[in-house]
Design a protein around this ligand. Structure first.
Ligand code: IMP
Length: 428
């Protein structure tokens, strides 16, 4: 297969960076298609650890072209900072392509993100504060600027003037000082000049490569439950992390996608607010949080912890057509006497195994669990499925049974070498 997707199947932070890094070795192109620097993908090799937010994780492989496609929202300052860090670490950044149709995150988007969250008070979303929502809002209300506008002085001047008129009114409505056009223009004109060498029509580029049969990896950020349409709305991000959104966000034909790899952490985590039926509290949650280093890459917030929820995985699989699972952080569960998986919910005395549209209803859902025996053996050095203790094998088999989707690979530690691949779509 030539075109595969790495998609988060829970609430983000499933360990996508590591899996993307693995498949990037085989892909000629790695594409980010949505979101912006709200994502944080951590990659570990040897003693080195990198966290990328905007640039596709393929950047650490020589010769890989990294595309930031049209569906993304890009903060040009953050983009340049990240490029500088990567360059300084000795990696080649000359093959980074930034779509001229991607949306620009301005300082005012970040300011509005913070102001809205404060105004929401207890009802806050718990955003990453990077201006993602306000930027996508401007895109939909057609007063946003795109990267193509930023690199053209005349368009920048015209569109920024128009946008600032509305944005300043909004800032003032939150009691914030309006921004001076001349200052914003000066700053972003310079940023536009700096990013220009990377900017092109990435749709045309990708269309050609799809036709040629080049191996392309699409790297999702966040996860299915944070999808603007199919997630736990309104506690979601403002784009769709699902594979379904790739053709549109990249400007390529609908039938381009050949394989969707759903990334599922062996348990569940969530940052930010919103319903989470399998959430755990107390010592067990703390133990898993510490062992799994469950603190936000971007915000450093401690993540909420819960048992694996098979209903969530099925929801993602049914919408995106997930072909195989990559189960990550399996080693974090080592040492537990029992491990639970939610197979359905109980609501008003009835059993339900799907995700409802309204969060008020979802908040009332009680998880129904099946309980499996844990394992005590160290699994961080296993090289095959057969080397796993029987109870760990059983855990993976149960995930397959409950979701109807095969395990394509599993991961038993942060290093590149600790990935056990059972089915490699690029080799099949
Ligand atoms: P935003 O994307 O910053 O607007 O945040 C909206 C929601 O998505 C919040 O609950 C965030 O915590 C969550 N979110 C955004 N990006 C990520 C991510 O990369 N991992 C996990 N959660 C995320």
């Amino acid at each position: 297969m030539k075109r595969i997707v790495v998609e988060g199947s829970q609430w983000g932070d499933e360990g996508k960076g590591k899996i993307t890094d693995y498949f990037s070795q085989k892909a000629k192109i790695v594409v980010r298609f949505q979101g912006g620097n709200n994502a944080g993908h951590t990659i570990v090799f040897g003693s080195k650890k990198f966290a990328v937010r905007l640039i596709p994780s393929g950047i650490f492989h020589k010769g890989t072209t990294c595309v930031l496609a049209s569906g993304m929202v890009v903060n040009p300052e953050a983009f340049l900072e990240e490029l500088a860090i990567i360059k300084e670490a000795g990696f080649d950044t000359s093959k980074v392509l930034l779509s001229d149709r991607a949306s620009v995150i301005f300082d005012y988007h970040k300011m509005l993100d913070g102001a809205r969250e404060t105004a929401l008070g207890k009802a806050k979303i718990g955003t990453t504060g990077k201006g993602i929502g306000p930027c996508y809002t401007d895109k939909a209300s057609r007063i946003g600027l795109r990267i193509g506008d930023l690199v053209n002085e005349k368009t920048l001047e015209k569109r920024l003037k128009n946008a600032l008129e509305f944005k300043n009114r909004e800032l003032e409505s939150y009691g914030l000082a309006p921004l001076k056009f001349s200052e914003v223009f000066k700053k972003y004109k310079k940023l536009g000049e700096q990013i220009k060498p990377y900017v092109c029509d990435t749709s045309l580029f990708l269309q050609k490569e799809v036709k040629k049969g080049t191996k392309i990896l699409f790297e999702g950020a966040q996860g299915a439950m944070l999808c603007l349409t199919h997630g736990t709305y309104p506690f979601v991000t403002s784009s769709s992390p699902m594979a379904n959104s790739i053709p549109l966000s990249c400007g390529i034909p609908c039938n381009s996608i050949e394989y969707v790899l759903g990334i599922a952490k062996a348990y569940t985590t969530r940052v930010g607010e919103g319903p989470f039926p399998t959430e755990l509290f107390g010592d067990l949650a703390n133990e898993i949080r510490v062992r799994g280093h469950e603190y936000g890459t971007v915000t450093k917030r401690p993540r909420r912890i819960g048992w694996l929820d098979a209903c969530v995985l099925r929801h993602a699989a049914n919408i995106s057509g997930i072909n195989g699972w990559a189960v990550t952080l399996l080693d974090v569960l080592t040492g537990l006497d029992e491990i639970k998986i939610c197979d359905k919910y109980i609501y008003n005395g009835k059993t339900i195994d799907t995700i409802p549209a309204t969060l008020e209803e979802f908040e009332e859902y009680q998880p129904h669990y099946i309980t499996l025996k844990g394992w005590k053996e160290d699994i961080t050095k296993v090289k095959s499925f057969d080397e796993l203790p029987k109870n760990a094998q059983n855990y993976l088999k149960t995930i397959e049974k409950l979701t109807g989707v095969k395990i394509a690979l599993f991961s038993v530690g942060p290093d590149r070498k600790q990935t056990i691949v059972l089915f490699d779509p690029f080799e099949n």
